[in-house]
Design a protein around this ligand. Structure first.
Ligand SMILES: Cc1ncc(COP(=O)(O)O)c(C=O)c1O
Length: 429
């Protein structure tokens, strides 16, 4: 069945519920992808500057081949012996510090974070979790409590286990050495202790991607990691977005930020769109978790998922995609800075590697967010064939996070188009 755009919108509401979000005022009906490109049902081509799940490019031939070959041979689960899962975990843990030597594979980042929180309970005997107030770590009953903005009115009465600190914001409340953030976390740890909940873990994305990727110098998380360790809790780094070389300088953003987490969680880019998530931790922590919780995941770590995920690691290495992210990211940042010199509405330019963007403000002195304008820009870019989005506490930061084979030529097309859009879009509140 081939529906028109209007029929698709109406049928989505009828079949999926009336409040399922789409991107853009005029939603895009994508039917094909290749590398950094997408095509809609009318054959129009779009440059994908947003999707981090197709990490090694849409429809990457090596990942497809790996999935097809393994699907044609066998797909079972982790209760049978199989080389695939072990080969993959060996490859994955070769990218992490020696202490992070054991993995649990899941199907989503949410599940990985859910396990990480329960690991913290199993290890510390406490349940108090600290996170930032503008984050997102997933959708299970437990992790959907994280990020104040996302806490639903209902929620299984788990609120007492979660405390929040203000998300770091290098533009509005600079904290160049991370000590302000560390103090704020220490306060919430003390509040957990005082309330009798105790402190189990701090969970953060080390590059704070959902919070608007504040510009922090390398090593910025060291002070907070000390606070967490001194309090006897676990440091959980959620690298669902920031991992696998995204920042261009390091394979893992926690290394960039100068810390080794107790639990490293991951997902999205892991298998290029095949649903794979997971976590890596020290075997002592994994053992404590498995003693406390009986855990089995029917699909997590199946041979096809492992083949897809292994192909992604191979592609990152063989195409030198981390170096590409570093080079293209540096070029992109320079181009964004040039635009900031031309357009007053760009208040701040941020990013590292292939996560970059700019914060839009109505007034550089007051830093009043230009949220509605940002929306107009994103929609105008979509109409010119460039797909990206926005994020941050004020929803006024351009979020540009393309597949890793994104080139300098692709970046130039993006910024030439952004220049046109900025010159034509009136700045309104
Ligand atoms: C930082 C972070 N953690 C976890 C998740 C949840 O991952 P999933 O949707 O695979 O459950 C997301 C999803 O957007 C995320 O951005």
């Amino acid at each position: 069945m081939s529906r028109t755009t209007e029929q698709l919108i109406a049928d989505r509401a009828r079949l999926m519920g009336p409040n399922v979000a789409t991107f853009y005022d005029d939603p895009v009906h994508i039917v094909k992808g290749e590398g950094v490109w997408l095509w809609d049902a009318e054959g129009r081509k779009y440059l994908d500057c947003y999707n981090n799940v197709p990490h090694v490019g849409h429809c990457n031939p090596h990942v497809i081949e790996a999935i097809c070959a393994q699907t044609a041979t066998l797909n079972t689960h982790t209760r049978y012996l199989h080389d695939g899962i072990l080969d993959y975990i060996e490859k994955l843990t070769a990218t992490t510090a020696a202490a992070l030597d054991t993995a649990i594979l899941t199907c989503t980042g949410s599940e990985a974070n859910d396990i990480a929180l329960r690991m913290a309970e199993a290890v510390t005997g406490k349940r108090g979790i600290v996170a930032t107030d503008a984050t997102y770590h997933g959708n299970t009953a437990l992790v959907s409590q994280l990020g104040k903005n996302n806490v639903p009115a209902v929620g299984f009465g788990l609120e007492q286990y979660f405390r929040f600190v203000e998300a770091p914001d290098s533009y509005r409340t600079p904290d160049p050495d991370g000590t302000r953030f560390a103090r704020a976390v220490a306060e919430q740890i003390a509040a957990h202790e005082e309330a009798g909940t105790g402190f189990a873990a701090l969970v953060v994305c080390p590059y704070f991607l959902n919070e608007g990727f504040p510009d922090h110098p390398d090593g910025w998380l060291k002070p907070v990691a000390e606070v967490v360790r001194r309090a006897g809790g676990l440091l959980i780094c959620d690298e669902v977005q920031s991992g696998f070389g995204r920042t261009g300088t390091h394979f893992w953003a926690h290394d960039k930020m100068g810390v080794t987490p107790d639990v490293l969680t991951m997902g999205k880019p892991m298998a290029n769109g095949h649903p794979v998530g997971g976590l890596v931790a020290n075997s002592d922590i994994v053992r404590a978790f498995r003693e406390g919780y009986r855990y089995f995941n029917t699909f997590g770590g199946n041979p096809v998922s492992c083949a897809a995920a292994a192909a992604v690691l191979d592609e990152i290495a063989s195409q030198d995609l981390v170096t590409n992210a570093r080079k293209v990211g540096a070029h992109a940042r320079a181009r964004l800075e040039a635009l900031a010199a031309k357009y007053e509405v760009i208040g701040d330019v941020r990013g590292s590697g292939l996560i970059f963007g700019a914060e839009m403000v109505l007034d550089r002195a007051t830093k009043e967010p230009a949220s509605a304008f940002t929306d107009q820009v994103i929609n105008a870019m979509r109409h010119r064939g460039i797909l990206h989005s926005k994020l941050g506490r004020h929803r006024n930061t351009l979020k540009i996070r393309p597949p890793m084979p994104f080139s300098i030529e692709n970046a130039d097309l993006l910024f030439d188009t952004l220049d046109e859009v900025l010159s034509e879009t009136p700045v309104t509140a």
